[in-house]
Design a protein around this ligand. Structure first.
Ligand SMILES: NC(=O)c1ccc[n+]([C@@H]2O[C@H](COP(=O)([O-])OP(=O)(O)OC[C@H]3O[C@@H](n4cnc5c(N)ncnc54)[C@H](OP(=O)(O)O)[C@@H]3O)[C@@H](O)[C@H]2O)c1
Length: 405
C-alpha cells in the first residue's frame, strides 16, 4: 500500500550548500567522461553566490524506493548523482540495466548497488522510477511500470511521451503544478529545458511573441557513445593516425568540425531536434499550437553543456536593466554578463553546474521589442537528470509521489 508522506513533513530548505560546493564535497561521484571541476576563468571569482532552484533540497521524514533504469549511461549516472547531492529521501536505490551491465556493482552514497537486469515487475516495486534509456524502451515499458494504484511514478527522459495529451511535460520552475495527480511525467528535451530557464522569466516580464534560437550542442548530447566518438576521433587525428576522424554516431566526423544536423530531417526542412524546441516550448509554457518558435540545432566538438543564442521578441517594449534584474532573481539561473571582465556563459563554466548561465544580454537592433542573449547549461543536469529529480521533489511536495509500506 502506498502511504502519503505527511504534507508538513516536506520542508523545502534554501540549501546553504551550492551545487559547486556539493560537487567538490563529493569527489567520488565522477562521471567517466568529464571532470567535475568546472573551468574558472582567471578573472572570475568562484565565490559568486549561487541560488538553488525554487524547489530546493528537501528534508523529509519518509524514505522512498527509487529505481534508475540506464544508470550506466550519461543521463542515468547524473540522476544517481543528483539523488545523492540533493538529499532526495532514498530509502532503497535499485539500478536496472540491460545484459551489458547487469551484475556490475555501482558505488553510491546509498551503498554499493548491483545493477539488476531490468524487468517491469521489479521496477513496479519502486515508488518512483527514472527512465534514462531511449524512446522505444519507454514506449514499451513506461505505462506498464506505472499502471494501477500499485504502480510506480515514472519520470521519463526520452521523447516518447512529450507530446502525448494528458502526460505533463515539465520544467518544474515553470509548470510543476501539472504533475499533481499524475503517474507518468515526460522530462523535456535538453535544449528546450536550458533555453526556457532564461526565456520563461523574461516571458513573464515582457510577454513572449516569437523566438529564434541557434544552438551549439555538445557531443555528450548523444550519450556516452557520442562522447567516446569525439574523444577517440580527436586522439586519432592528433596522433596522426588519421587525417579525418571516423564517425558512426554523428552524421559526419565531429572533431575539428561543426555539424548543422541533429536528429532526423522533417518535411519542413527542420530537423526533429529543432522542431522539439518549437513543440516543447509551446506545451511547457502553455502557448498556442501555432506559437512561432524557430531553431537551428548544431553539434559542436565540445564534451558537455549546450550553448544557445536566443533572439526573443516580446509584446511589450524591452528594458535591458529590468531583464537583467529578473534573470538575477530567477531560480536556477545565473547571470554571467560582464563583458568588461570577459565574463559570459561558456560550456567550460556551465559544466557540472545546476544553474544555467545567461549573458551577452542586449537589445536586438534588427527587431522591435527584442532581446538577444546567450545561454549555456549542463544538458545532462538541467537538461535531463537535475530536471527529473526536481520534478520528483515537486511531486513529493504536491502528494503525487508517495512512499509505500
Ligand atoms: N545525453 C543527453 O544529453 C540527454 C539529455 C536529455 C535527455 N536524454 C535522453 O535520456 C535517455 C538516455 O540518454 P543517454 O544519453 O544517457 O544514453 P546512453 O549514455 O547511451 O545510456 C543508455 C542507458 O540505457 C541502458 N539500456 C539500454 N538498453 C537497455 C535495456 N534494454 N534495459 C535496460 N537498460 C538499457 C544502458 O545500460 P546498459 O549499459 O546496461 O545497456 C545505458 O545505461 C535518452 O532517451 C536520451 O534521449 C539524453
Amino acid at each position: 500500500m502506498r502511504l502519503p508522506i505527511a504534507a508538513g513533513a516536506l520542508v523545502a530548505i534554501a540549501t546553504s550548500l551550492s551545487p559547486t560546493q556539493a560537487f567538490t564535497a563529493s569527489p567520488s561521484l565522477s562521471s567517466s567522461f568529464t571532470s567535475r571541476r568546472s573551468y574558472v576563468p582567471r578573472n572570475v571569482h568562484r565565490s559568486q553566490p549561487r541560488r538553488a532552484s525554487t524547489i530546493s533540497s528537501l528534508q523529509m521524514s519518509a524514505d522512498l524506493k527509487v529505481g534508475v533504469v540506464g544508470a550506466t549511461g550519461a543521463v542515468g549516472k547524473e540522476i544517481v548523482g543528483c539523488l545523492e547531492k540533493r538529499s532526495f529521501p532514498v530509502g532503497n536505490l535499485r539500478i536496472f540495466g540491460s545484459e551489458r551491465s547487469a551484475g556490475k556493482e555501482v558505488e553510491t552514497k546509498f551503498g554499493a548497488v548491483t545493477v539488476e537486469l531490468f524487468s517491469e515487475d521489479s521496477a513496479r516495486e519502486c515508488d518512483v522510477v527514472f527512465l534514462a534509456v531511449d524512446g522505444d524502451f519507454s514506449l514499451a515499458h513506461a505505462e506498464n511500470i506505472c499502471a494501477g494504484d500499485d504502480g510506480a511514478v515514472v519520470i521519463d527522459n526520452s521523447s516518447a511521451f512529450r507530446f502525448t495529451d494528458g502526460i505533463p511535460l515539465v520544467v518544474p520552475e515553470i509548470n510543476a503544478e501539472t504533475t499533481k495527480g499524475k503517474k507518468l511525467i515526460a522530462n523535456p528535451n535538453c535544449t528546450t529545458a536550458i533555453g526556457l530557464m532564461a526565456v520563461w522569466p523574461l516571458h513573464k516580464l515582457f510577454g513572449l511573441k516569437k523566438m529564434v534560437m541557434s544552438t551549439y550542442q555538445a557531443a555528450s548530447g548523444a550519450g556516452q557513445p557520442g562522447m567516446d566518438e569525439l574523444v577517440d576521433g580527436t586522439k586519432a587525428v592528433l596522433s596522426g593516425e588519421r587525417d579525418v576522424a571516423e564517425n558512426k554516431i554523428f552524421a559526419h566526423p565531429l572533431p575539428f568540425n561543426v555539424i548543422p544536423h541533429i536528429d532526423k530531417f522533417q518535411e519542413n526542412g527542420y530537423t526533429k531536434e529543432e522542431m522539439k524546441v518549437t513543440w516543447e516550448t509551446r506545451k511547457i509554457c502553455g502557448l498556442g499550437d501555432d506559437f512561432p518558435v524557430s531553431c537551428t540545432a548544431v553539434r559542436i566538438p565540445t564534451s558537455r553543456a549546450h550553448s544557445e543564442s536566443i533572439v526573443a521578441l516580446f509584446d511589450k517594449p524591452v528594458d535591458v536593466a529590468a531583464a537583467r534584474k529578473t534573470l538575477e532573481e530567477a531560480p536556477g539561473v545565473k547571470l554571467v554578463d560582464n563583458p568588461d571582465k570577459l565574463e559570459y556563459p561558456m560550456p567550460l563554466t556551465a559544466t557540472g553546474q545546476y544553474d544555467i548561465e545567461v549573458g551577452r544580454l542586449r537589445e536586438n537592433i534588427a527587431f522591435d521589442n527584442a532581446l538577444e542573449f546567450f545561454v549555456c547549461g549542463d544538458q545532462l543536469l538541467r537538461g535531463a537528470a537535475l530536471n527529473a529529480v526536481i520534478v520528483a521533489e515537486a511531486m513529493l511536495d504536491n502528494g503525487a509521489l508517495v512512499g509505500s509500506s
